[in-house]
Design a protein around this ligand. Structure first.
Ligand code: SF4
Ligand code: SF4
Ligand code: SF4
Ligand code: FES
Length: 944
């Protein structure tokens, strides 16, 4: 077996805590009760041959290779389906068994190409291994009869191929697609000799329901399903354990390497978040790391209309430091600031916020979480005491009811979606609160108990109505509230919730959801033994985002659904390190660990270790930076790994702000939209070059390890460190572990964290300190972090963004499975096969009244601007609501989004924009300008 393969123990581990004594091949063995004989034997070091079994799937018992003999039992039971019993005497190697196994293998091999030496799976093929293990030396039946050797290979998927001639119909792929991924894209079609694996209704993989998660390839014991990267490059030689750089699920992967080339990303079985599963992005879309568009040398220019000049690191850093110092001299200490990135490691983020506080001398640091989950931090801190989700993902398996709000996990957080589907298969009920009919609402194999398709902007009244039903139906957990919560605040909240405007009938009028459905969903959630809330940006990116987060916390507290497995409130974070970038003091009012910068004692601790005075006044948030830049008070920005010109709302406002800067420094992989306004470009590194940690949505600190040296020659934290030194505040970290050690000293929730501990434990969920040396999977067990849980009243204040005769539709935005955020990475991979450009989903009724046909270009106009894009007519959206993604810079979806934002955190209201849609007559003014700027920048790069 290839050395990069993890051991396969045949069948899943038993969950029993008991053990039993058995005898295997004459030797005593103590094994877990409930184990299969196959697993027990493998755990005891005895390899029983197997083909249809694998430890990620339920036993199936079809191949008849794992047969054993058991004293006192007749016949040859399959060890993969027979559980151990106390005192059992098992024989795995007898002459009879050897003969039987050889016969079975002979049949398999008689219909299998004998091209082992030239097969891409050579050295990593279970069929080959088992043939050797059972001592197969000849095939008596010959190859002349009917066989499958000439079956056509399906190469339609960009990442893997399917060669049916090598298939042994073990059904592992079909079961992986059902049990692990939950897509049910594969079946075994036909019977007996004619049986074969079929994708959907005998379609090619690319046309089938397959979502390219890779689970079937992982499960396949032959070369039938095979990564094209392995076919092209050969088998890997070694692996490096690391973490996916895409979404907040934070899947652990083994980067399988050949020399310094990644040939495969294999999800790690022991990954705390993903348990050996993956999605198309983490599994396959890593090619952007070596894409020719990457900028690998620092560049600068005096003016944004000048050609770029390639310079040395030394010159780029000195130039930046001088420009920033000059700005501060002329415009004051607060005229510059920085933005950290949730795609960077926590060590990189920590060093950037330290640069701003210690070298810039102000608190003008913010992060991209400002525009996604800042209301989560605020709302959960106010009510529960910690700015983070409460549960590990695995907790969903203990949930009886899942309330999913404003999130689309099958696209945004696919590995967690698979875990939700498993919970549903085991009986959990799902309530979806979302304006769109997302896949989890109904698919051929799943159906939500309730879909509440509320109008964008009506989350708060909806959560209030759910709470009112819970109160009126006497489904409040009075004892829990009395013991664990602030009763006075509960009474005030109850009074507010019982007001007539929060009744299902009143809320039905403003949300568009029938009162009976609101009532039914509320009763289902509130009466469950374990009810868990999962939510996404459809909660936070609203003018009342923080109110909604507090509304969910109120409901969970009132119904006793916090502080144990199967319950809780879990934000599904967009980017891999959103939690980490927030934890690391990226907000202008908080030092690492969410501690107020105004607090003298907190500041004192940092000042004494850093040896510098820290400004006590909170700095600018991102929107304040833009406003100040337009006003002429803010002149310099250091932006690490964020493309604000594409991702932030009201693009024309952002562009005006960026144009007003005297020195914009962009540290990133590619010349992105923001770089069009930059004076200095400092090339960054991909996750494959980083050493450090990411923190996922479960507060899980995962190691990310480099598989190659930084391609542009410098670690990102070193770039920041050098800039700090050049600005007169030397930082002297030797390596990333030292940065983590400083974080641990200064941040109570990280007090016990070190690279050494992470390397030993695999991953740790913070808080990790003296009280919890191995971390804290579930928060608020026994009591809330803030002491008593605080209920906060959640009055509904409608957004100022209203529909009108001119703008009668509501636009809401989201993301699609194969693309990620602004698309900078995924658009540079074969994932584009599934995605051409951002589309506008519009309901058939709205399309018809506007004379719009499917696939036609339409103009999308709001009070802020207009763009054109292709229409997709679909009943996934309700009448009156349109939807698009923001992956494509050319579309410019954020040209139309507004300046409205969450009252507490300034998180933009991306999810509600009043718009009009009409057949497009010409390209939009902004898009024409975009094309012109893009061409100009390309020319400036060429002439550099
Ligand atoms: S494709 Fe692979 S996993 Fe699927 S049935 Fe064939 S051999 Fe088994
Ligand atoms: S790649 Fe995933 S979704 Fe596609 S067939 Fe395989 S298991 Fe199913
Ligand atoms: S679910 Fe998220 S973290 Fe996991 S592989 Fe996919 S993108 Fe990466
Ligand atoms: S491994 Fe047990 S029957 Fe196939």
């Amino acid at each position: 077996m290839n050395p990069t393969r993890e051991p396969d123990l045949g069948t899943p581990a038993s969950i029993s805590e008991e053990s039993v004594e058995v005898e295997i091949d004459g030797l005593p063995a103590r094994v877990k009760a409930g184990s299969t004989i196959l697993r027990a034997a493998r755990e005891s070091g005895v390899d029983i041959p197997k083909l249809c079994a694998t430890d990620s799937l339920k036993p199936f018992g079809s191949c008849r290779l794992c047969l054993v003999e058991i004293d006192g039992r007749s016949g040859y039971p399959a060890s993969c389906t027979t559980p151990v019993e106390p005192g059992m005497k098992i024989h795995t190697q007898t002459e009879a068994l050897a003969r039987l196994r050889r016969n079975v293998m002979e049949l398999y091999i008689s219909d299998h190409p004998l091209d082992c030496l030239t097969c891409s799976a050579n050295g990593d093929c279970e069929l080959q291994d088992v043939a050797g293990a059972v001592g197969l030396r000849e095939v008596r039946y010959g190859f002349d009869g009917e066989n499958h050797l000439d079956a056509d290979i399906d190469t339609s998927n960009p990442y893997f191929s399917f060669d049916p001639s090598k298939c042994i119909v073990c059904s592992r792929c079909v079961r992986a697609c059902d049990e692990v991924q939950g897509t049910f894209a594969l079946t075994i079609e036909g019977r007996g000799f004619a049986s074969k694996v079929s994708a959907s209704a005998s379609e090619s993989f690319i046309d089938s329901e397959c979502v390219s998660c890779g689970a079937c390839i992982q499960a396949c014991p032959t070369a039938t399903l095979m990564e094209k990267s392995i076919i092209d490059n050969g088998q890997p030689e070694h692996s490096v354990l690391t973490t996916c750089a895409y979404c907040g699920v934070g899947c652990s992967f083994r980067a399988d390497m050949k020399g310094d080339q990644v040939v495969r990303m294999t999800p790690w079985k022991d990954g705390g978040a993903n348990h050996g599963h993956s999605c198309v992005k983490g599994r396959f879309a890593f090619g952007y790391a070596t894409h020719p568009d990457r900028i690998l040398e620092p560049m600068l220019r005096e003016n944004i209309h000048d050609p770029w000049r390639t310079v040395s690191w030394e010159e780029a850093i000195q130039y930046t430091a001088q420009r920033f110092a000059g700005i501060q001299e002329k415009h004051g200490r607060k005229a510059i600031g920085g933005i950290t990135s949730s795609r960077c490691s926590i060590e990189e983020v920590y060093v950037v916020q330290k640069l701003v506080r210690a070298a810039f001398g102000n608190n003008n640091v913010d992060t991209c979480a400002r525009v996604c989950h800042s209301p989560t931090g605020y709302g959960l801190k106010q009510t529960l005491g910690t700015s983070a989700g409460t549960q590990p993902f695995g907790s969903v398996q203990d949930a009886d009811v899942m309330l999913l709000i404003g999130a689309n996990p099958t696209d945004g957080h696919p590995v967690f979606a698979s875990q939700m589907k498993r919970a549903m298969r085991n009986g959990a009920k799902l309530i979806v609160m979302d304006p769109r009919k997302i896949d989890l609402v109904r698919s051929p194999h799943f159906e939500a108990a309730y879909h509440l398709p509320l109008l964008p902007g009506t989350n708060v009244p909806m959560i209030n109505a759910l709470a009112q039903v819970a109160i009126k139906e006497r489904l409040i957990d009075e004892e829990y509230v009395r013991e664990r919560c602030d009763v006075e605040s509960f009474d005030a909240w109850k009074e507010q919730i019982l007001r007539p405007e929060n009744s299902p009938e009143m809320v039905a009028e403003i949300s568009g959801v029938p009162a009976d459905d609101i009532r039914g969903a509320a009763k289902l959630y509130a009466s469950a033994n374990n009810a868990a809330i999962y939510y996404g940006l459809g909660v936070s990116e609203h003018s009342q985002g923080s109110t909604m987060v507090m509304g969910m916390a109120n409901l969970a507290m009132a119904t006793g659904n916090l502080g144990r497995s199967g319950v809780g409130i879990s934000p599904l974070r967009g980017q891999n390190n959103v939690q980490g970038s927030c934890d690391m003091g990226s907000f202008p009012h908080e030092l690492p660990g969410y501690r107020p910068v105004q607090d003298d004692e907190v500041r004192g601790k940092f000042e004494s270790l850093w040896g510098v005075k820290i400004d006590a006044e909170p700095g600018y948030r991102i929107p304040n930076m833009f406003d100040a830049a337009i006003a002429g008070d803010f002149k310099g920005m250091y932006i690490q790994g964020e493309d604000v010109a594409q991702s932030d709302p009201d693009t024309q406002h952002v562009e005006e702000a960026l144009s007003g800067l005297e020195c914009l420094v962009v540290q990133d992989l590619f010349l992105n939209e923001t770089a069009k306004f930059a004076h200095v470009f400092l090339p960054g590194t991909t996750f494959l070059e980083k050493n450090g940690t990411f923190i996922n949505a479960e507060r899980r600190i995962n190691r990310v390890r480099p598989v190659m040296k930084p391609r542009q020659g410098m670690d990102e934290w070193r770039i920041t460190q050098e800039l700090s030194r050049a600005m007169g505040y030397p930082m002297d970290y030797e390596d990333e572990a030292e940065v983590m050690d400083e974080i641990a000293v200064l941040t109570p929730t990280f007090a016990g964290v070190s690279f050494k501990l992470l390397d030993e434990a695999g991953s740790i969920q913070w808080p990790c300190n003296e009280k919890a040396p191995l971390g804290t999977p579930i928060m608020h067990v026994g009591s809330f972090v803030r002491g008593k849980g605080l209920f906060i009243e959640t009055d509904y204040v409608p957004t100022k963004e209203r529909t009108s005769r001119k703008f009668p539709l509501l636009l809401t935005t989201g993301r699609t499975l194969t693309q990620y955020n602004v698309g900078a990475q995924t658009r540079r991979t074969p994932n584009t096969v599934w995605y051409k450009e951002d589309l506008l989903e519009i309901h058939p009724h709205d399309a018809e009244t506007r004379g719009i046909n499917d696939g036609e270009r339409v103009s999308l106009t709001s009070r802020k601007g207009d763009i054109t894009l292709e229409a997709k007519i679909t009943a996934r959206v309700q009448p009156g609501v349109v939807y698009t993604t923001f992956h494509d810079p050319e579309t410019g979806a954020n040209v139309v989004t507004t300046e409205y934002s969450d009252w507490a955190t300034s998180c933009p209201e991306y999810k509600v924009t009043a718009v009009q849609v009409a057949p497009a007559i010409h390209r939009s003014h902004w898009q024409e300008g975009f094309e012109k700027r893009t061409k100009e920048q390309e020319k400036l790069l060429e002439t550099s």
